[in-house]
Design a protein around this ligand. Structure first.
Ligand code: CA
Length: 419
């Protein structure tokens, strides 16, 4: 499969600050809904979202090769890789086609804050894995204090569940506090009412590009050819609802009310320089899950909270994607191993990516250890165990290169009162 790498030394004619998440080495893709024009695929460069449909109409992108740029509808990994190469050529410092056309720049280079970014691909299927081993261990310790915090299957099978696809929402979408059945430990019966233990989960996710039919499977060695790229995922979670409903079939209404995704699909091509081996897998996985090389990615992750009375968000977690036990290739291979079909736009989240130390835990459940150790907001002295109405959660991610940064932008959501 053809991929495309952009050298660290490449420069654009657009002035891009060194700490921008979107240097010319990145070129991630998203979906914008532009006022008066409708939806179009966009690529991020510095402070702009590049309107790919406008560039196509102006003849700068060949519409015989890319006839549909209103959405990702006919994309696969190889085609997106080629589109990234085309966009790179329009942006490189020694290329004139867009640099010299100021009128077209005004139309096609939309300031990011005006680009009204959407869910890049509204998924038909959404699956949430549980591949963050430190998260799994923490949760095990909390809820099964006696015995091994990891269940016996954890190192054999990538655990996951089918989530709710039609509540995957764009960054910035308000999150309405869900209601549900909650049973206090000392109560005889549950009550139904607003969730009191609303939480976030710091995750990454991948979008499927080309799928496979029912009955076929994707081996680990080919899995990445089926993946368009990565986004940040916030798996909002109602802990009190979850605790009561999850046995024996797992999460249901505690998770299905909302999942937020960041707006930019960062391609695996852009992340290629940041491959790492990841943690050792012991015992050796079954043959259908085995893989060689460096299947993980060194992506730094951060979570901040801003309460309704704070001016500046406070960082409450720093973690890294290397804390995943199972790689994205293993996750996709596992999903299809029984003949489950996958298709363009299916979204797979990794599971909460906690690190080993308390300042790297990827959920409030862990950061406050079930609510026993509240966090204090330095600016306002407010304390938090779980989320209050008016709180905003912001997640960011980037891979740090030599003099540039492959950023994901952010995914944010503000909690609104229950209806
Ligand atoms: Ca999750």
């Amino acid at each position: 499969m053809k991929t495309f790498s952009i050298p660290a030394s490449a420069k654009s004619w657009i002035d891009i600050p060194a700490d921008s998440p979107f240097p010319i080495q990145n070129i991630p893709f998203g979906l914008a809904d532009i006022k008066g024009q409708g939806e179009t695929m966009v690529a991020a460069i510095g402070p702009y979202a590049l309107d790919l449909l406008a560039l196509s109409e102006a003849g700068l992108i060949d519409d015989s090769e890319f006839p549909v740029l209103e959405s990702f509808i006919d994309m696969d990994r190889e085609k997106l890789s080629y589109l990234r190469q085309v966009v790179f050529n329009l942006l490189r410092h020694d290329h004139d086609a867009l640099r010299t056309r100021e009128k077209l720049q005004k139309r096609a280079m939309i300031p990011l804050e005006k680009s009204n970014l959407q869910v890049p691909i509204p998924p038909m299927a959404y699956v949430d894995f549980y591949s963050g081993i430190h998260h799994a261990r923490n949760v095990g310790q909390m809820f099964r204090p006696q015995g091994d915090p990891l269940l016996p299957n954890y190192r054999w099978v990538p655990i996951g569940y089918n989530g709710r696809a039609n509540t995957v929402v764009a960054s910035g979408t308000p999150i309405i506090r869900p209601k549900g059945q909650i049973k206090a430990a000392d109560a005889e019966a549950p009550e139904w009412g607003p969730c009191r233990e609303l939480d976030f989960e710091l995750e990454m996710g991948f979008y499927v590009g080309s799928g496979v039919d029912m009955g076929r499977r994707i081996p680990t060695t080919q899995a990445e050819e089926h993946i368009l790229g990565l986004v940040i995922v916030n798996d909002w979670s109602a802990r009190d609802v979850q605790r009561w409903e999850y046995q024996p079939l797992g999460p249901f209404l505690a998770k299905s009310f909302a999942t937020s995704v960041s707006p930019w699909i960062v391609t695996l091509d852009a992340l290629e320089p940041f491959r790492i081996e990841g943690m050792p897998q012991d015992p050796e996985p079954l043959p259908y899950l085995r893989q060689k090389g460096n299947p993980h990615f060194d992506v730094q992750l951060e979570v901040s909270i801003k309460t309704g009375s704070m001016k500046t968000p406070q960082v409450i977690c720093r973690s890294n994607m290397s804390n995943l036990y199972w790689s994205i290739a293993q996750q996709l291979a596992h999903q299809t191993s029984n003949g489950t079909p996958v298709e363009l736009g299916d979204l797979y989240a990794t599971g909460t990516i906690s690190g080993e130390t308390p300042d790297s835990f990827g959920s409030l459940l862990e950061l406050t250890w079930k609510g026993e150790r509240p966090l204090t907001m330095a600016e306002t002295n407010e304390r938090r165990t779980f989320l209050h109405d008016g709180d905003t959660v912001i997640m960011t991610a980037y891979a740090q290169g030599d003099g540039y940064r492959i950023g994901f932008g952010e995914v944010r959501g503000t909690i609104k009162p229950a209806l």
